[in-house]
Design a protein around this ligand. Sequence first.
Ligand code: B3K
Ligand code: ZN
Length: 850
Amino acid sequence: MRDAAPQTIYLKDYAPFGYLVDSVHLTFDLAPHATRVTSRIAFRPNPQARDRRFFLHGEGLTLIRAAIDGAGITPEITDGGLTAEAPDAPFVWECEVEIDPGHNTALEGLYMSNGMYCTQCEAEGFRKITYYPDRPDVMSTFSVRINGDLPVLLSNGNPTGRGEGWAEWHDPWPKPAYLFALVAGNLVAQSDSFTTVSGKPVDLNLWVRPGDEHKCAFGMEALKKAMKWDEDTYGREYDLDVFNIVAVDDFNMGAMENKGLNIFNSSCVLASPDTSTDMNFERIEAIIAHEYFHNWTGNRITCRDWFQLCLKEGLTVFRDSQFTADMRSAPVKRISDVIDLRARQFPEDTGPLSHPVRPESFQEINNFYTATVYEKGAEVIGMLKRLVGDSAYAEALDLYFARHDGQACTIEDWLKVFEDVTGRDLGQFKRWYSQSGTPRLSVEEAFEDGTYTLTFTQRTAPTPGQPEKSPQVIPIAVGLLGPNGDEVLPTQVLEMTETTQSFTFEGLAAHPVPSILRDFSAPVILDQLPESADRAFLLAHDTDPFNRWEAGRDLARQCLIDMITKGADPDADYLDGIRRVLRDDQLDPAYRALMLGLPGQSQLAGFLHEAGITPDPMAIWSAVERLKDAQAEALGDLLGELYNSAQVAGPYAPDAAQSGKRALAGAILGLMTRRDGGEQAAAQFAAADNMTLQLSALACLLRAGKGAAQLARFYDQWKADRLVIDKWFMLQITEAAPKDAAQIARALTEHADFTWKTPNRFRAVFGALAGNHAGFHAPSGAAYALLADWLIRLDPLNPQTTARMCSAFQTWKRYDAERQALIGAQLERIASTPDLSRDTAEMISRIRGA
Ligand code: B3K
Ligand code: ZN
């Protein structure tokens, strides 16, 4: 169903619902095309609300009957729901609707995937299941009866009964409807148990399709680690008798934290060494933890309205990052998070989709599950923790859980616990939630009579709807190094609140080298002091692992920019520096692998654009290729030794130690392939006994324009494994030469396995195409047209996945007039498609700046 005129919803218009819900009872009579949903809901007037209108959301429902206190009524049905006369006193609402999960391709509400029933209700999907006040501030306990002839029938909470063809569940914890879930299917479980800190046993089940049982063990271990960590670190105990996780193939995102019944995209939970890479394992561990952590940050304490999304998402991302840092390497995790933030959030914040961490308006809330809300939202919490200190943070969190358990909260509630614990005024800090855009921080230094002064200036460029910016509170972690590389001042957090502000350090014997923004203490763009010698010095000596890596990254970036804009040769200081780091076998192999990485090509395009230079994707691509060749040459004599030292002996384990080694071996193999024509990569491919080694070898071969035989062998070996075949699709496009990428992607869309209605497969092709920067921006515009064709095709079936993929075009204004014209024409073509979904229409209109 399409909306004629999309409505904009504003934060400022928030008003509570006129009624409270005391209990919800739902009965599902499952049938693929005619599922009956019968609801019995106890309402009572909300004393906090002035407006007593009884409006229930509902979309795509066939109303069979409705009654209030047993008397049948005929409500007024509109596009988005129904309105009825309701008493100004407690009453029972009863209603029966029919829905068609078998034809639900949007994967929102109740839908089917491979014969299994499955739900996705966040943000506003429950209204596709039955009529209900589908808003997060309406919380209730739920009882559910499922009638159906499938062997496994699951819902939220604890099981209360089951028999042939039916099961009943009760969730004692009040929750908003977006956390409702139901799963019914022919599933098998890997089961285990966990005893909570207070001695309560919890049954754990990971439900999968028969045949996937061997891919459950890692996810189960990750779950138990996450449960224990949340007890140890945040004092949070699990609160039901059972915790179920279900893997589903058709899913719009990674996973969903439904109370007691997490539903996962199978790519984010199923893992085995021969089919999953080390990166897959790490991601799975993090997502399982993330969804589990939502049980407290999101479920027990939820959001008052969808504008507060970062309240649960920013905090839960922050918590899962802490978890990964504890389970693995903290510096490696921090660096990886910053790489990701720069790749995904910075472009959002500097382009037409820029929005505050807490947006103030939206048309389609699903379009705001963004890197800004999630990842910048997590950075904001990291800054808060840095400003108040670890123990005040812990105290504030205890107060948050104690004060707000069972409530639907706001960012104001969140900040208030910090104010109450610390006595600070966080008024200015709150701008991080309301002001969009990435602040730029420039720095000047002075040294006189042993006193060193750093003067910072912050500036945030205008963003859509926000022409003027006010200064933000920026925690700047700084350390100083003396001329021989010793640390003369350990890390201090400077609290910047003004537009321009100076900080002095006294009693220094010599002009120090500053290490600024250690551990990436704020999500800002730091314009480093211009001295590249200082960066080489920091690359050699900085005691802060993040900034040591950052120094190398800065040198690489500067070197690439000089190569692109001045035709310069690769910088010898940079190459010397990384050679020294790579040789240092005291350093974690994972960290050394990160040191070999270069800034992404899209990010380089962003730098050039910000410097007033129109980026040429081909020139960027060839500079990156040349710098990689130069890395290979500079490390030439070391490559074999490094590769050998990074080999893992013994059985495969996806832990930090082994995966760090394999990451280094993979990076080195990439350089070796530039010199040996793929000999070592072919050998690695032939001998590989795990997916990490197999895939990294195949990637090297494809990048070198080789590997056709291996690619075919890979397909033959894995054609029955849908998750590996996603990798097969993706890799061919990711590693394609720029001139071939669109053509290869087009050919793959004609492959029999291109099951494009499955979001994972669609994303494998088009996510990869958009990610191949020079290939996507090839001058013909073929990739733009191909993507637009498929967005137009997918939109009527699955608006959410379509809308999300539109962001491939968000940076279009950076490029030259020809490319802008080509992209502009595709945006226009999408925008003028009849019956475009609200999701896609909003995205395209924001991207066009219309
Ligand atoms: N809360 C879900 C995301 C829901 C997305 C709705 N379009 C997963 C997560 O962030 O944990
Ligand atoms: Zn989340």
